[in-house]
Design a protein around this ligand. Sequence first.
Ligand code: ADP
Ligand code: MG
Length: 704
Amino acid sequence: MKVKEIDFKATPLVSIYGENCFDEKTIKTRVPKSIFKEFKKVQAGKQELTLEVAEVIANAMKDWAIEKGATHFTHWFQPLTGSTAEKHDSFIDPTAEGDVMMKFSGKELIKGEPDASSFPSGGLRATFEARGYTAWDTTSPAFLKDDNTGTTLYIPTAFVSYTGEALDKKVPLLRSMEAVEKQALRVLRVLGNETSQKISATVGAEQEYFLIEKDFFEQRLDLLQAGRTLFGAETAKGQELNDHYFGTIKERVADFMRELDFELWKLGVSSKTKHNEVAPNQFEIAPIFDTANVATDRNHVTMDTINKVASRHGLVALLHEKPFAAVNGSGKHNNWSLSTDDGINLLEPGDNPHDNAQFLLFLSAVVKAVDTYAPQLRLSAGSAGNDHRLGGHEAPPAIISIFLGDELEGVFKGVASEGAKHLEIGVDSLPKLPRDITDRNRTSPFAFTGNKFEFRMVGSSASISSCNIILNTVVAEVLSQFADKLEASSDINEAIKEIVAATYKEHGRVIFNGNGYSKEWVKEAERRGLPNLKSTAEALKYYNAPETVAVFEKHNVLVKAELDSRYNIYAEEYVNLINIEANVMLKMATQEIYPAANKYVADLAKTLNEVKASLGETELMETQKAHLVEVLENAKGLKEAAQKLRTTLKETKDIEDAGELALAFRQKVLPAMSTLRTYGDALELLVEKALWPFPTYEDMLFKL
Ligand code: ADP
Ligand code: MG
């Protein structure tokens, strides 16, 4: 059923939910019981996938897909640059009679060979041998994408080189999930839990975006090519009235959102919450959480679907972190926790002393991990786009801190204080922990929100895999330290208490419950010795810093060569993005703004001459002359700033080291762009509106 044919009001949600998702219940009804059992073991990581099982599943998947109109399949993956990648193959297979039949083998399901030599390998190998293969991620369900004219089967995969190196964002994510599971299980076992079999990192990603009129989008080279406005004077009315936030959703947007929900629900993506955000024409969508890899895949699907549905409504969705200056940018809140297969959320305060001890232990692990690896976590949210957000007024600063709330920090402090007898863990006298710790602090980059942590630094266009890879890996590391200690201890309660106390003493500095947006916090954080990596360019070096390599290698998530390659690729991507922006600015300044200013100058001069012709030279013309001069001065400034930007770009050409080049772009190119923008924006406010060559902020932010 195509969305356009849906009578939204008459269609019961349950009849369409998951209809395009090859989920567990669909598999169960379509393969023999024995195969299903085997497959479950494969998913749980207890068994290798055999060709026999793959063959049966592939056939069932193909039949299901074809019944729903699919003609093609694709191994869908997440390369290191851009969002997702896909290459489509049809199911056709020639017969001896010269016809075709529809075929899909187990081999084709398990492994794909995209000719993907153009994806960057970051020096892992030479381009000619950079090809890799895609391997089916059995834990993330396949799904169907409906377009106007056909349907394609999407198979979530990981992308690996022939020698086994990770070439994507999914391989390390899956490895990091295994790492944290392994260490968390060790801790649970010493605490006496023998029943939980699996632990998953769970993630819920809230997604922010803007919607603008498609016509406006297409008239702006900056939006078309860079995804954000590089010129644009501030609007008279901004977001100061907060009248958009949670405001009534306009009908046009509501229609878009409803269709978006339907599309996502059909795919089994549990879109749950939607509302207006702070900036004008800014919105948010949030799903129900899932395991980290499935949540990541589905966030990519959500971003894709937002774009697709927006287009059907004559709109364009902007997923860039900072599409407009002077109003809020867009982020992605990454809610993260650890849960067992028998329903225990390890970050949920319990009802009894045992559960509370467990909670405090896992909470301590996160606090220690986040403090120890703050630069890595900050880096995981770094990108050229997000640099415009972090440290601005609306986004958390680039300083990593944790919000626990006074009550919970009090409990922590209590355990850490000497002679705190009544806080002995494991005995009945432990005070009940506050269960409903609703988060009252929206300015913290890493907030405890009752039973999970919310990492708020991530950029709206980013893949959430990056931050979850880091989170899983560093928490795994700290849990392994805790497990070592607990396993060697003869008095578990005492050991837990020591761990919690030591964590508070040594890492309590990262806990901050105050206003993270205030200037005082920046000073206070410096006093506490917390790193403040203001830009991605400054943070990049942590990709392959010795402490990063050590923790990633220890937990088999990434090896040094893979981290080196990521460093190169991300540094290059950072530079490329800013370079594109600079070139777009030069075009807009030279081919659009300057000519508009000149046209206006000519109009003004003509008017002046006409006034002079009728009145003779008069003092009344002074304001006109002054205005003309102001336009001329800014046009000259624009020309000179453009020239300066060109020279600056040229000067970077000789820098070979990727990291140094990124720093040069940050320190020299961005300021030159900023100066150029100043003149462009000044001209916008001087030149007659009818002559302005592209839509203004007022047009884009208020008309829908
Ligand atoms: P807020 O806007 O207050 O941050 P939302 O309800 O919009 O809250 O988003 C909270 C997100 O956290 C949702 O995506 C939700 O599914 C997710 N979440 C809830 N529990 C967990 C959990 N245990 N692990 C990971 N994510 C969770
Ligand atoms: Mg949130």
